[in-house]
Design a protein around this ligand. Structure first.
Ligand SMILES: O=C(O)c1ccccc1NCC(=O)[C@H](O)[C@H](O)COP(=O)(O)O
Length: 266
């Protein structure tokens, strides 16, 4: 059993527990349930932003503890002040140390697109994402049949949420091109082996239609990599550890995005 199988097995149990603890009727009463979502796709395409989706993540299966003490409030505000296009907040607790409360805190302090980073396998989680103030959800092709990805995408759209569909290889991409995702994220990290290679993004780029916003995910740690990925048509760049490993992730993000702005003008 690989880590992804383990996460999904755990997630199935967790979702069933949450359904009985917080029934849909309760989620529908959440303060964000009827607010209008902010489009992550639009923000990523905005020229005055960097395209970076800055992630708040305390730990991960591949790296263990990354930052146990960072404040969601200070980090998320700092990320946006630095010029991020959107925020990504991990809400999975057992494997990433996140929570729904983290996302709600980020929501409270920021008017910007927020993607709920979790392992979505059930409609219930989409309703939950809406009720905690998310604007977008992640779907991972490696754990869903294309038919199921489409069903969940349609369901997310019915709540005004956008979908970032994550793929890791040609086969996953080909099978999921018709699922209606708003953005396609190519994960440079193989979630089964944890191997990271930016070449995955470069290889898959020509297969993604221009109508879909391309996002490169994971293992990005240099401005030059972003400039290189832009040449391959990427507009979004999901970055977590490179910022979170610092005691002040928001300062690291500011320095990184300043360098990106300078090199983009040059
Ligand atoms: O990061 C992991 O170890 C991981 C393991 C299993 C499933 C998902 C995982 N990561 C989720 C992500 O998508 C990354 O947090 C995100 O792309 C940012 O990556 P990075 O910039 O390398 O922190």
């Amino acid at each position: 059993m690989n880590i992804l199988d383990e996460i999904i097995e755990q997630k199935r149990k967790e979702v069933e527990e949450r359904k009985s603890l917080y029934p849909v009727k309760l989620l529908e009463k959440g303060i964000y349930f009827s607010t209008l979502p902010v489009s992550m796709k639009k923000y990523i395409l905005r020229e005055d932003k960097t395209g970076i989706i800055a992630e708040f993540k305390r730990k991960s299966p591949s790296k263990g503890i990354i930052n146990a003490h960072a404040s969601v409030e200070r980090t998320s505000i700092g990320y946006m002040q630095a010029g991020a296009s959107a925020l990504s907040v991990l809400t999975d607790k057992p494997f990433f140390g996140g929570s729904n409360e983290d996302l709600m805190t980020a929501r409270k302090f920021n008017f910007c697109p927020i993607i709920r980073k979790d392992f979505t396998i059930d409609e219930y989680q989409i309703i939950e994402a809406k009720s905690i103030g998310a604007d977008a959800i992640l779907l991972i092709a490696a754990v869903l049949e294309p038919k199921r990805s489409k069903e969940l995408t349609d369901f997310a759209h019915s709540f005004g949420l956008e979908v970032l569909l994550e793929v890791h290889d040609e086969d996953e991409l080909k099978k999921n091109l018709e699922t209606g995702a708003d953005l396609i994220g190519v994960n440079n990290r193989n979630l089964k082996t944890f191997e990271v290679s930016i070449d995955v993004s470069k290889r898959l780029a020509p297969m993604i239609p221009d109508s879909i916003v391309k996002v490169s995910e994971s293992g990005i740690s240099s401005v030059d990599t972003i400039l290189e990925l832009k040449k391959h048509g990427y507009r979004g760049f999901l970055m977590g550890e490179n910022f979170m490993k610092h005691s002040r992730p928001e300062t690291a993000a500011m320095e990184f995005m300043d360098e990106l702005r300078i090199k983009t003008k040059a």
